[in-house]
Design a binder for this molecule. Sequence first.
Ligand code: ADP
Ligand code: MG
Length: 692
Amino acid sequence: MSALPKKMTRPVESSAQKSASKLAKLGLHTDMDLVLHLPMRYEDETQILSMRDAALRGGQVVQVEGMVSDCDVQYKPRRQLVVTIADDDTQVVLRFLHFYGSQLKQLAIGARVRARGELKHGFFGPEIVHPAYKIVNEGAPLSTELTPVYPAGEGLSQPMLRKLIADAMTRIEWRDTLSPPLLAALDLLAFEPAVRLLHNPPKEVDESALADRSHPAWERMKFDELLAQQLSLKRAQIARRAKGAAALPVIGTLSDNFLKALPFALTHAQQKVLAEIRGDLLASFPMQRLLQGDVGSGKTVVAALAAAQAIDSGFQAVLMAPTEILADQHFRKIAAWMEPLGVKVAWLTGSLKKKEKTETQVMIESGAAQLVIGTHALIQDAVQFAQLGLVIVDEQHRFGVGQRLTLRNKGGDGKQGTLVPHQLMMSATPIPRTLAMTYYADLEVSVIDELPPGRIPVLTRAVDQNRRDEVIERVHAAVREGRQVYWVCPLIEESEALQLQTATDTHAMLVEALPELQVGLVHGRLKQPEKQAVMDAFTRAEIHVLVATTVIEVGVDVPNASLMVIEHAERFGLSQLHQLRGRVGRGSAASVCLLLYQSPLGWTAKQRLMTMRATTDGFEIARKDLEIRGPGEFLGARQSGQAMLRFADLETDQWLVDKARQLAQTLLREDPLAVEGHLQRWLGAREDFLKV
Ligand code: ADP
Ligand code: MG
């Protein structure tokens, strides 16, 4: 087939259609979207510096004007156009490394040029490389406003955007969504002047306040944006509270007996979050609570106690975990606690044989199974509960929103008055408080901010991987002291096969290097019973060294393991490293984590390893992670509603968040019309992003 000329292969598009689709890529669909597409910075074309003054501002962007005194194509060191312009006493060189023939004529000797760009001191004195320039007549008027520079996509030039935005500004309805008295009370600028100023700032404006977005005009925009977000969150919360849930009072004796039988006392933090959860479970609208706690902080027992309350009320509870290893571990631990107290705990995962699965399903459906623990298998259609009162999701960020909803709907979706089960989500990936409050739709947050007593912080070292022999010696020493070791294989995102290969190779290497030790291997491709057998052997200390891929990342609990080796640590993200490290330091022995890396390290990898070395505090690590990666990536687009906050910065604008939250409450109570108008303006179709 012969190639058609490019032009003929696509249907003809009008230029308006073309720019519409380019605008859509930037999320700009309506006139209001365009008007709220605010500049990211400005250029100052409002003044001309004398060349003498300009020459004193090396490294700064300057605008100068003068007559061309020389215009020459040079060939060394490469072909370039060199134009000299001069005013009364000084000259500046304009250097063009790419140029058209027409520019030679345009910039002929005697032409008057206004040029703008970063001034540098070159071999021949002050010069500007690739200036923006135009030919002017003497005394041509200067702009009286700063020139906006907008975030642009491919094929959208600044002049096009400026024109589109200016046009949109003539068409929109400028009505303020906040009343004048309200604005006065909040000490905020009105909408229209704020927007107009940001698009076309007068030259007297405080430029640094524009640049760092502390200008009152920016404050108004940030406030509006945060208000829209808070309104949307609160509305979701109101909708949830309008749904019914079964209140779960403690009628039975399980909760009490369970607490008494526990081999340890709850920490203060555990008691505090348990009280919060218990309070929620007594309400007749569904709880939606995120239980956050660093790895090893003891979330499982809190979840089990919440389940006990549901069971004490005559309801069922379900606990879903993201991997079979983790689900199995929860099952064993919780069954060991609860079965002696007469609770029927069922287990459901994809690896069950068909007959076992059916039997379990029957138990769940009849209500005989009071607590059900399992994996994704729980959300299959065939699974039906008799009376589900509480849904618990461990490592909630591992599940999609849809999966969590499906599980919850097994108890009832709130339609036609059906009761919605209470929901408890757990996560060891700490979300900084500001993010939790502003990004997560409608969620109460409980935090376990204390580890059980007697834990010694894990000592972390970064070790160049060419010192592997020393590391193997450490492994040996740890085992001689009766301890166990994890050896985590590198993450190879591009290829699962390669990752498997590396794990097998590492296993073989360690078997050879440590002939008198038992070295086990566990990875994602093993069948469940095989995985189980290896994990069991490790739990019973029959395996000394466990070589593992990242399947052990979540939740595995073997307190006797005290050394963690992570190979190619530079390939892992911070939260993953933190999770992995959390597998050790669970007992009372001092634990060590060795991060093997391959040099040279890139900037972010170095930051990550340095953070890991410096702290074991999950919240501090999350904060660092946020700093290194930014909020959008931190949470993942799906759960962050990241399209939401374009202007406000949660670190520096916390005071605005607080104001916005208060006003949101008032408006929802008193002024539904204002709420509608504001949400429409700021979110339009985007509100769905928040309905997580
Ligand atoms: P995570 O929060 O990471 O899920 P786990 O629930 O697995 O942590 O708890 C880690 C370990 O600490 C478990 O062995 C658990 O039994 C134990 N544990 C939990 N709470 C306490 C406590 N209050 N005192 C002592 N040990 C506890
Ligand atoms: Mg856990």
